[in-house]
Ligand binder design. Structure first.
Ligand code: XMP
Ligand code: MG
Length: 180
């Protein structure tokens, strides 16, 4: 697995330090909420989310949503379909969406629209990574880990063709891996 890595972009230590920082901010911002729910976007956000929620020192619930965007494995098309919806209603709740990476922004802007229509008390977005150069739609990111260049990355939950999610660092793969 490590043989396929060209470069480590963000180390495990940098990730954990950033997660702690985000957790402190979120703890402070939501301290008055009595109905806080953190929603992870499957599957990429799972690793980030499991670290993040343990750095938030508040009562909270978690839920998950899975969406698929039609397109190739490295480009999203903007047409998004819900594969797994939330288990419970978000009406009246303070909702924080947790995502691994924002690229074009199409996936999250669609999810934001859907969740907004369900009348949460508040709705914010937290993403570990952002590729601002690739943005196609306007999207407000409330909590951001790192801006990264326009390279396809894997690890810490992010995959290529379903693999590499269990790498501890955020890595760039060797180009020959994509060519198969
Ligand atoms: P959009 O374009 O809708 O895409 O903002 C967000 C989704 O695209 C995937 N994505 C990546 N996945 N490494 C990945 O493993 C990447 O570099 C990457 N760039 C985009 C990801 O699924 C994200 O949810
Ligand atoms: Mg994803």
């Amino acid at each position: 697995m490590l043989n396929d890595v060209k470069q480590v972009l963000i180390t495990e230590e940098q990730l954990l330090e950033k997660v702690k920082e985000l957790g402190e901010k979120i703890t402070n911002d939501y301290k008055d909420s009595d109905n806080f729910i953190v929603i992870g976007v499957l599957k990429g956000a799972v690793v980030f989310m499991s670290d993040l929620i343990r750095s938030i020192e508040l009562p909270l619930k978690i839920d998950f949503m899975a969406v698929s965007s039609y397109g190739t494995s490295t480009e999203s098309s903007g047409v998004v379909r819900i594969l797994k919806d939330l288990d419970e209603s978000v009406e009246g709740k303070d909702v924080l969406i947790v995502e691994d990476i924002v690229d074009s922004g199409l996936t999250l802007s669609y999810m934001h629209k859907i969740l907004k229509s369900r009348k949460p008390a508040s709705l914010k977005i937290c993403t570990l990574l952002d590729k601002p150069n690739r943005r196609k739609v306007d999207l407000k990111i409330d909590y951001l880990g790192f801006e990264i260049p326009d390279d396809f990355v894997v690890g810490y939950g992010l995959d290529y063709a379903g693999k590499y999610r269990n790498l501890r660092d955020i890595c760039v793969l060797k180009p020959e891996i994509y060519k198969g």
